[in-house]
Design a protein around this ligand. Sequence first.
Ligand SMILES: [Zn+2]
Length: 149
Amino acid sequence: MSATQVRLTAAQLRAIEAAAEAAYPEEACGLLVGRQAPGGAVRVSRVEASANVAEPPRTRRFEVDPRLRLRLERDLRDGSDSVVGLYHSHPDGSAEPSETDRTMIFEPAMIWLITAVAGGHAGATTGWRPTADGAAFLPLGLELGGGKA
Ligand SMILES: [Zn+2]
């Protein structure tokens, strides 16, 4: 995947921000369903919240529930959408990948969204894509569209 941009609706972004605030002071996480759009962008069609199933303390780590991933893969088997990425939050942190995040690039094709949460209030959300070797993140433009989530 050579995505340079991720497109999502304002409602989808709000859903991610709401999940990030609800999980505070722990990290929120979930999966992004979508497809490759013309021009190298990834268009998000669905945001699926996950329980954070990481070992506590979950204030500095996250793990998406593998059962959610399995369910989505089954649901999406016959369609043109697929699981294209994940999101998580950084409670009282910046909207930049942490060292821990870098060690968690298991699928370089997955894009990442990171939402900073300060004192329980969602701040910036940024987009990232791993390099092909999975060693680092590159910034990904975030384009907000209209429409319903
Ligand atoms: Zn992180």
